[in-house]
Design a protein around this ligand. Structure first.
Ligand code: GDP
Ligand code: IMO
Ligand code: MG
Length: 440
């Protein structure tokens, strides 16, 4: 049964298919000019989306990656959690770059508001977990979404209400009780640090009031009705999704395509296609089992160094792993991806590289579905390829690609075509222009 489209325009989606940091920011920025609106639907300032042009690098956390295009409307949707301090810092950065987002940035009045206590609670929770910690970005994401789900924390639109401060104070006193409980586990925040954080938060909140805070679902409705093209920019990735990732080592938002409708307030039928971003190997930051992690730590180090694999938000080193086709099949199915954007084919500091094609269970049988518990995996089935090392090629011309790279790409393209997706774009460097369209 197909749904009838209610609107002339459409929504396309870009999201990560691995464990985040696939290069989504670069893809959104380089395809932005095809859209009238770019909208973030999930996460908060845990994201770090890098955009590079002519050696100048910008990292965006909360603000959509279309912000450098003044003619494009940029929307922070209702599914996003907004920390006013992070917002203020990013806005200040943009102003210093000569970008004034006041006229083309819209924040949903239904977006979740992060209080100044949430980041402390996040860090406290990690201390409490000890060796089992999630390895969060420490930005307050988990506690922030928890309180939003519990219907406790205010929404961004509430900041204009007459009783806002009174309501916030009540909530803050509950949060302080919670924070206090972590003292027994060794987490304590000094009164001075709390005062600084609180004062900064209120100052930033005042600045945020100068921006367009509105019903962005209605804004998107009007845009879609007049035929606009909207790009939904995912943060994190399908494999970090609260429902389908390796729980609890996941983030707390709906990172998947299903999150677009609920995180933007657009009808499901307006979403017409999904592009999934991957890189030519995998990386992961944070806790939990990284099943694809490279066994040879020297090779991993080489990928970290050449691929500049450190977190765009926290600066933590990213662990590097083999390309995982079995996980990709799962992510493609869940997200309904048809177009795959592969970045980082310019990085291959190894003579041999592996692709994971399957996982085996305790009986030595190939698993049919992605496992609920990664500890049930006893062996990885892999296929080995020759690496292309530092062989030179023209980043804009597939015909100049080394044969080893072509073999690798042809194999992946043919395998993902079995899952209903095709390679569409090959990223050959960090710059927004460093890519070439795949053959199809
Ligand atoms: P995002 O969170 O998915 O937007 O990705 P990040 O910005 O956190 O991390 C991706 C990193 O890879 C950034 O430093 C990008 O500049 C870089 N990058 C993106 N595409 C390519 C590529 O094709 N080659 C290389 N060498 N770097 C790339
Ligand atoms: P972008 O959008 C990579 C990871 C953290 C941790 C887990 C939970 O740049 O791809 P959280 O702070 O969300 O509670 O952390 O999720 N994580 C990311 N990893 N890229 C991201 O965002 C991430 N955002 C969160 O490392 O394992
Ligand atoms: Mg990132």
């Amino acid at each position: 049964m197909s749904l009838t489209k209610r609107v002339k325009g459409f929504v396309k989606v870009i999201l990560g298919l691995q464990y985040g940091d696939e290069g989504k920011g670069k893809i959104v920025d380089s395809t932005a000019s095809k859209y009238q609106v770019i909208a973030r639907f999930n996460g908060g300032n845990n994201a770090g989306h890098t955009i590079e042009e002519n050696g100048k690098k910008h990292v965006l956390h909360l603000i959509p990656s279309g912000i450098f295009h003044s003619e494009i409307k940029n929307v922070i949707g209702n599914g996003v959690i907004v920390n006013p301090v992070a917002f203020d810092e990013e806005i200040t950065y943009l102003f210093n770059q000569g970008i004034n987002p006041k006229n083309n940035l819209y924040i949903s009045n239904r977006a979740k508001l992060m209080t100044w206590v949430h980041p402390f609670l996040d860090k406290a929770g990690e201390v409490r977990c000890g060796k089992d910690k999630i390895g969060t970005t420490g930005r307050g994401i988990g506690p922030g979404y928890k309180d939003a789900r519990a219907r406790k924390s205010p929404l961004v639109g509430n900041i204009f209400s007459a009783n806002f401060e009174e309501r916030l104070e009540k909530f803050e006193s509950e949060q302080m009780v919670e924070l206090e409980t972590y003292k027994q586990f060794g987490y304590e925040v000094s009164v001075e640090d709390m005062c600084i954080a609180k004062a900064q938060w209120f100052k930033s909140l005042e600045k945020m009031k100068e921006f367009n805070i509105c019903d962005t679902s209605y804004l998107l409705r009007k845009e879609l009705e007049k035929g606009s093209h909207v790009l939904a920019e995912g943060a994190q990735s399908v494999m970090l999704d609260i429902h389908f990732g390796d729980y609890p080592n996941v983030t707390s938002s709906d990172t998947n395509t299903s999150g677009v409708s609920v995180g933007l307030g657009v009808p499901i039928s307006s979403i017409i296609s999904v592009g999934g971003v991957i890189k030519s190997y995998s990386t992961k930051v944070g806790g939990g089992k990284f099943i694809a992690r490279m066994e040879d730590l020297e090779i991993e180090k080489a990928f970290q160094k050449e691929g500049n694999e450190k977190g765009s938000t926290t600066g933590r080193p990213r662990e590097c792993g083999h390309f995982d086709l079995f996980a990709l099949d799962y992510a493609i199915f869940l997200s309904d991806t048809t177009k795959v954007y592969m970045n980082k084919v310019d990085i291959c500091p190894a003579k041999k590289i592996k692709v994971i094609t399957g996982y085996k269970d305790k009986d030595g049988k190939l698993m049919e579905s992605y496992p609920f518990d990664l500890n049930d995996v006893t062996e990885l089935v892999t296929k080995e390829f020759d690496g292309w090392g530092d062989k030179e090629f023209d980043p804009h011309d597939i015909k100049t690609f080394p044969i080893e790279l072509l073999n690798y790409l042809n194999f992946i393209d043919s395998e993902i075509s079995k899952f209903g997706a095709r390679l569409a774009y090959i990223g050959t460097g960090p710059d927004r222009n460093d890519y070439v369209k795949w053959k199809v």
